[in-house]
Design a protein around this ligand. Structure first.
Ligand code: ADP
Length: 207
């Protein structure tokens, strides 16, 4: 499995790049924001609780998102790999992700961060809010709170992966396709450095 964490503040372009990456590398896209919004749409108790926090631009409790990711990994044991988008957002989530992936005999290959300044993020999210229907994209105060939460609670997750020599940062301002090419270059470098075991070798281990 080849697992990639796409990182960056709200509005950095993680969702856009994820869509392009899953098509190219045949990966499964796991966005905790999308998983939470699906719970809201279904009207579950979890969704109801999460919605209050999301609408305010605050984080949902670690155990909730970790549980959702654990279930998603169980449902996709045949995947070639995953793109994690919007997760992990705290160091506790990063530690849990390592444990969950280890249970599946795999780990995080690399984290790729898209860097974008606050004013550009606010402009992008307000623009997205005109069509996304997301309440958290329609109010500048809430958008700035999400950026603050990112800077205070989430940014330190980069250090967790840097300590494992897995962290890479890219400028998230530019042409979507140019940024995509830069991400692909990083992923291809990691793939070349850590080639997956050939099928015969895997069978030998099993036998
Ligand atoms: P964005 O990156 O634009 O903020 P997301 O869809 O990733 O959008 O997240 C929307 C909201 O969902 C977040 O503001 C937060 O409330 C909640 N959320 C998503 N992922 C997580 C997570 N890993 N941990 C805690 N809360 C999360």
């Amino acid at each position: 499995m080849h697992n990639i964490v796409l990182f960056g503040p709200p509005g950095a372009g993680k969702g856009t790049q994820s869509q392009k990456l899953i098509a190219k590398y045949n990966l499964v896209h796991l966005s905790t924001g999308d998983l939470l919004r699906a719970q809201i749409a279904e009207g579950t108790e979890l969704g109801l609780q999460a919605k209050k926090l999301m609408d305010e631009g605050l984080l949902v409790p670690d155990e909730v998102v970790i549980g959702m990711i654990g279930n998603a990994l169980q449902r996709n044991t045949q995947a070639a790999g995953f793109i994690f988008d919007g997760f992990p957002r705290t160091v506790a989530q990063a530690e849990s992700l390592d444990q969950l992936l280890a249970q599946h005999g795999t780990g995080v290959a690399c984290m790729i961060a898209l860097e974008v300044g606050e004013e550009e993020l606010v402009t992008r999210l307000l623009e997205r809010g005109k069509t996304s229907g997301r309440p958290d994209d329609q109010d500048e105060t809430k958008i700035r709170r999400r950026v603050t939460v990112y800077n205070t609670e989430t940014a330190q997750v980069a250090g967790y992966y840097a300590a494992q020599h897995k962290f890479h940062a890219l400028n998230g301002i530019g042409e979507i396709d140019d940024i995509f090419q830069q991400i692909c270059t990083l992923i291809d470098q990691h793939k070349a450095a850590q080639p997956e075991a050939p099928a015969e070798a895997t069978q030998e281990v099993k036998a």
